[in-house]
Design a protein around this ligand. Sequence first.
Ligand code: SF4
Length: 447
Amino acid sequence: MHPDLLARYDRPVPRYTSYPTAPHFTADVDGATYRRWLGKTAPGTRTSLYLHIPFCHEMCWYCGCNTRVVRRPEPIASYVQVLIAEIDAVADALPTRLPVRHIHFGGGSPNTLAPSDLTRLINHLRDRFDIDTNAEIAVEIDPRTTTEAFIQACAAAGVTRASIGVQDLNADVQQAVNRIQPYDKIARVVAALNDAGVDDINVDLMYGLPHQTETKVSNTIDKTLRLAPDRVALFGYAHVPWMKKHMRLIGESALPDGSQRWRQFETAANRLRETGYIPVGMDHFARPGTALATAAEAGRLHRNFQGYTIDNAAALLGFGASAIGALPQGYVQNDPDVPRWHAAVVEQGLATIRGRALTDDDRERRAIIERLMCDMEVDLDEVATAHSYKPELNALSGMVRDGLVEIRGHTIRMTSMGQPLVRMAAAAFDRYLDRTGDAAPRHARAV
Ligand code: SF4
């Protein structure tokens, strides 16, 4: 991409894993609202569950997650106890048991859980929800710290997918972000998961890290391909030290600039495409024939807080500190502070501190943004509703002029050059986005 274009469009914008996005959640939605919404959930509502485990053994300096370093087992065991109480409080507030096809354990590092606690949590979910026999149960795994016992517990509890944090496989880059993990160690963890029967493997990679170059990114991709992952997620490092203090430990002079980041992304994406991986949305790649690749090709992809997914559940219930849930009425988020979340669950059952009730306008903009982010195109007539808001397409005229977007009739399509900048096009439909640029940006840059 021409450097002028990059300079114009590589700006901080949301990743649109929800709309409205989390910075626009407010305290108007609290535990009482959530309880009321849960009580109105229709029997048979397709539901997904998310459990947040906010603990790690060490802090990676690029980390943007809600987590903290804990090396003793006691705080984690106590957290599990409260998680179980929260699951009960939510299940009790529902009128009926709900059917579940997707469960995701994220973090943090869910493998900081004792193996017996993982089993206990999954068994408890089975007690309180109707978990489909073919449900996808996904667990994020830190290959540096996971154990054979944890992998065996995953397999025995019915875990189907493991998401492995790899990021980069070059020693100097790993050193610069405080995440040392040799390739052989990761390969042993993937082999152990496969042997145990957890053979759907997702690998997370990053570009834009300190000391990364195109050659090093290529090297990481080549080694990653030897792991034969079913999907690869390729994220740009978001350097926001004013929001995450540990990022100050990253030497800014070693960070690649905008055009280097762009070339690193292109290098990785081209390599994955050449090897047969199907591009999924703006930053995922899936092996042909996998459910994600098939959904992407058929226009049945969805986007939620875990990124691109085949999950089309109407309700997402979130458990744990900072967890976000989504019900037909709107979004809810738990207190991100573990002691406050703990106290709220013990005292009130629910720990909701903010959220957003959806308006019809929000729903329509959300549908447009989701189709653009997933399919790289949207037919406005298909998502229009009776209370239709009329999209203001003039906001896209610059991107059309620059060859990044095409508009034919009521269909908006990202060109191949524009696809990596799809978040900028999605932002044109975001009525809440602060476009003044006055405040320190909360979002990652577009590339
Ligand atoms: S293991 Fe993951 S969640 Fe934990 S500090 Fe590293 S990047 Fe963050």
